[in-house]
Design a protein around this ligand. Structure first.
Ligand code: CA
Length: 390
């Protein structure tokens, strides 16, 4: 499938999805007056109960009122998995709220540029956005850690840190300074190391290599001698084809195959730089606080579904795309040992530099390190053993 075919297919498939979504006339609006909440559900010893995610439970039954949420994304309309996942989330919220919550989606550049969604939401121009926390490392380097770190958490491990290891509380505390309230909104799952025009035989082959790679991975590769370059998605293929860059990482087989990189840079490497990158669903904090508790709960449940569904959809699409790549004679390469050793050494230096410069970064990294060191022992004893033996 060439790129034009992919775009046509993706658009048609997504349009079909949107059209087949839901027939509103079949849905009844919820009549909350028939389901009064008991007083003691909301109070403990006369005090408002803390919700599961740390906000005070409020009784604010919301009937006969429709709320429209303006949500901008950093993805093109119907972008596979990330874009379509948000569309499914929006439909889900409409369904579970009986139509009293409507999410109006704005793909990238329609209302605000792809990477302006953070500021637009912070100022209240939009109510919410879907993007990735590492795009905002220029605001605070600590934010890159909420996407994960090289050689760090798998998607399962970062979810456990976020929900049960203090990650989400830290994230919300730091985003609150920007008038924002984040949720996990998906995970790309483990990413591939990227596409190279020439094979990598040793760390010497990485010296001066021009590679499109963002985030902390880019900073680590920079210390290893790579020249990291940021390019808009639409320019990567041509730059690779013309030799303007020597390599690029993107996501994984499912999205990479659609970009056609295999045609011009056929050496495809397993990855370590983005082992489980989190995507975010973030609200303007004032907007969030004004929502009825019931509506907050509906969004919380639907975002949790989006978070897991996106992870599983990446996995499901990756396995089929990998099969197709193998049919195209693309074999999966592994970086030589000296590259991995240089990567781990460079990561320590990057963490040390950023921790010295920014106390927020240090605080978040210490929380990650505490959870990750225990998680590694458990994952080695269970998952690593199992995968090696399977
Ligand atoms: Ca990537």
């Amino acid at each position: 499938m060439n790129r034009r075919d992919f775009l046509t297919t993706a658009t048609t498939a997504s349009a079909a999805l949107a059209l087949s979504g839901c027939n509103d006339s079949n849905r009844q609006a919820i009549d909350y007056s028939k389901h009064p909440q008991k007083k003691d559900d909301n109070e403990v010893n006369g005090e408002a109960r803390e919700g599961a995610l740390g906000y005070k439970k409020r009784v604010n039954i919301n009937k006969n009122k429709k709320i429209v949420i303006k949500l901008a994304t950093s993805w093109p309309a119907h972008f596979p998995i990330m874009g379509t996942g948000v569309e499914k989330f929006a439909q889900r919220v409409k369904d579970v709220s009986g139509g009293s919550l409507e999410i109006k989606l704005y793909p990238k550049n329609v209302l605000v540029p792809a990477l302006a969604v953070f500021d637009a939401c912070s100022s209240g121009q939009i109510d919410a956005f879907h993007s990735g926390p590492y795009y905002w490392k220029g605001k605070n380097s600590a934010f890159s850690l909420y996407s994960g770190i090289p050689f760090g958490f798998t998607s399962e491990e970062i979810n456990s840190w976020m929900l049960f290891g203090g990650g989400l509380e830290l994230w919300r505390e730091q985003y609150a300074k920007y008038n924002l309230h984040p949720f996990m909104g998906g995970n790309t799952n483990i990413q591939m190391g990227g596409w190279f025009r020439k094979p990598i035989g040793s760390i010497d082959d990485m010296q001066g290599l021009k590679m499109r790679v963002p985030g902390l991975g880019g900073e680590v590769l920079s210390k290893m001698g790579v020249n990291p370059i940021l390019l808009p998605a639409g320019e990567i293929y041509t730059s690779l084809e013309r030799g303007v860059i020597d390599a690029t990482e993107w996501v994984g087989p499912a999205l990479d195959i659609k970009m056609g990189f295999y045609k011009v840079a056929p050496y495809y490497y397993s990855g370590w730089h983005e082992p489980g990158s989190i995507l975010e669903l973030t609200f303007n904090k004032q907007f969030w606080n004004k929502l009825a508790f019931e509506h907050q709960s509906m969004i919380e449940v639907a975002s949790s579904e989006m978070n897991s569904n996106m992870t599983y959809e990446f996995h499901a699409q990756n396995i089929h795309a990998l099969k197709k790549l193998k049919e195209l004679d693309i074999s999966i390469q592994q970086f030589p040992k000296d590259v991995i050793e240089a990567g781990k050494k460079a990561l320590k230096e990057v963490i040390s530099d950023l921790s010295t410069k920014n106390k927020d970064f240090e605080k978040v990294f210490n929380s990650i390190d505490k959870h990750l060191s225990l998680s590694k022992e458990w994952s080695d004893a269970s998952l690593r053993y199992f995968l090696n033996e399977r």
